[in-house]
Design a protein around this ligand. Structure first.
Ligand SMILES: Nc1ncnc2c1ncn2[C@@H]1O[C@H](COP(=O)(O)OP(=O)(O)OP(=O)(O)O)[C@@H](O)[C@H]1O
Ligand SMILES: [Mg+2]
Length: 504
């Protein structure tokens, strides 16, 4: 990886700016406000792997003077400093910019000050001395949140426009419907539920809603409910009181409190435990909640956008997800169809990703052979737009010339390139087209005579076929059918197949 480093003095503050650049990620600007030279030194030493431009200031006054010109993505600031305090500095930062993310650092563990600071809209806080890996993780998380807030996501179909800044690309009929809904939801303050398979662009759509809403000058915070361990999610969302559980050594504000007046994006909402679901329902109904272990009601004004790739209706039917919460979230539903159901978007997306990648590398976009685009159009895209982006990125790297050819695409894509155009199956998976063609035929039979009990009949025959094919090897047969051996055994018993095939 190519890396160049430039060190120069900042003429205004005499602070030092250090540029780290590895050539493909946009550089993030980090401002450190701390009067301890040791801390400044440790930051410089520890952040040489990130694409970060670090500027240091030794006082709140100096930091405040730097912000308008520097426009940092993230500020890390000590609470106790000579001159104006960190709290006062934060207050003044908020007057300048409602969204600039600030992480506070304190050596004193003073809960009261920390809480004050969080109420003023600090993104998070850390106690010194730092655990460097944790600090890096937090900084990366905050920088991602800063990017999410900054990048204007346009939902208009970008065709010939040169303005290829992050957009939700698409011109197919279903995407036109999605754009329409984004516009309608953005204009209101209603809760929105974005659904769709993995990689269809749910987060992108959520951010587009935020950018076009009246809350766009306020924070946008994303919480991935599936990525946070169950027992910590409630505290992450609602905060906790000191001593409320083992490890809760200080009081902490949750994302709802931090995000007051802003927008919260609850990703993978189907993964919440029942107590968290109950609390979310209450916030949606009344804006009220209590911190974990607390009994003082707190009121917030937060817009919720939720997303899920699981069918919530099924979770409701299985009593895993509260029905009342489902209806509350489902006020406006934006469903993003899988990519295989909107193949007209593929060439447009390919073009978009080629331009996006070229921009990141600061070079001219590569072209792509028509045969390669044709193969991409035929593939069944189990990973949706994310998979398409990854395949284009990979092809961009391995293409030997300025044009991407079919040979630069993975075989699972081109393997079906010459085929009939039906949706091909990934290894170990029946294609949706094959499955629906079969289902249609069977259904016609079922319709002719409802007494036929088509499902058990077909299941029985499938099991017999699989057992015959694997000479009664149940492990093998179960594998062929995509079920467990235990399930197979139960079915053999249920359908009386063991007698027929003389198996034990
Ligand atoms: N319509 C689109 N136009 C441009 N880029 C898109 C589009 N849809 C998705 N992407 C890109 O594909 C990737 C995946 O999108 P995103 O993270 O929004 O999907 P998701 O539905 O939230 O997936 P998951 O369920 O796995 O979290 C992102 O890099 C996103 O920018
Ligand atoms: Mg997502």
């Amino acid at each position: 990886m190519l890396r160049f480093r430039l060190i120069k003095f900042n003429y205004r503050s005499e602070g030092i700016q250090i540029f780290f650049h590895n050539g493909h990620c946009p550089m993030s600007k980090l401002l450190l406000i701390d009067d301890e030279t040791d801390v400044q030194y440790s930051f410089r030493r520890n952040f040489d792997s990130a694409d970060i431009e670090l500027t240091t200031a030794s006082s709140g006054e100096e930091g405040l003077a730097l912000i308008p010109k520097l426009k940092p993505d993230l500020v890390l600031m000590d609470i106790r400093m000579g001159g104006i305090t960190g709290l006062e500095t934060l207050r003044r930062i908020r007057q300048m910019d409602t969204k600039l993310l600030v992480i506070l650092m304190t050596a004193y563990g003073s809960t009261q000050t920390t809480i004050e600071a969080m109420k003023l809209g600090a993104y998070d806080y850390l106690t010194k001395p730092f655990d460097v890996p944790k600090l890096k993780e937090l900084i990366n998380k905050a920088l991602k949140a800063a990017r999410d807030m900054k990048q204007v996501v346009s939902y208009q179909p970008l065709l010939e426009s040169e303005d290829y800044e992050l957009g939700v690309v698409g011109r197919s009929e279903p995407m036109q419907q999605v754009f329409k809904l984004i516009g309608q939801v953005a204009a209101s303050d209603a809760t929105a539920l974005v659904t769709g398979e993995s990689g269809t662009g749910k987060e992108l759509v959520a951010r587009a809603i935020y950018h076009h809403s009246e809350r766009s000058s306020q924070p946008f915070l994303a919480v991935n409910c599936a990525a946070i361990p169950e027992q910590l999610l409630e505290s992450e969302l609602f905060g906790h009181e000191r001593g409320s559980f083992t490890g809760a050594t200080t009081q902490r504000l949750g994302k709802f409190e931090q995000c007051n007046n802003g927008t919260i994006f609850l990703d993978e909402i189907g993964d919440m435990t029942p107590p968290t679901q109950t609390k979310i329902l209450r916030v949606l109904q009344s804006g009220m909640f209590e911190r974990v272990g607390g009994n003082q009601p707190i009121k917030v004004n937060v817009r919720v956008i939720a997303a899920t790739n699981k069918p919530l209706e099924q979770a409701v039917a299985a009593r895993e997800f509260r029905e009342d919460l489902f209806y509350r979230l489902n006020v406006v539903r934006i469903h993003i169809p899988p990519l295989r159901d909107r193949r007209d978007d593929i060439p447009l997306l390919v073009n978009y990703f080629l331009k996006k990648i070229a921009k990141e590398h600061d070079r001219k976009p590569k072209s792509i052979a028509t045969t390669a685009v044709k193969a991409l159009e035929k593939y069944h895209w189990p990973g949706n737009v994310r998979e398409l982006e990854n395949i284009i990125r990979r092809a961009h790297v391995i293409a030997k010339s300025e044009a991407i050819l079919s040979a630069d695409l993975p075989t699972e894509v081109t393997g079906q390139g010459a085929s009939s155009g039906s949706a091909p199956a990934a290894p170990g998976e029946i294609s949706s087209t094959d499955a629906s063609a079969l289902a249609r035929q069977l259904f016609q039979i079922a319709k002719r005579d409802p007494k036929l009990k088509v499902l058990p009949a077909v299941e029985r025959e499938l099991i017999i076929e699989a057992l015959k094919d694997s000479t009664n090897n149940q492990v093998h047969a179960a594998k062929l059918l995509g079920i467990t051996r235990a399930t197979l055994r139960k079915r053999i018993e249920k359908f009386g197949i063991h007698r027929e095939l003389k198996i034990g």
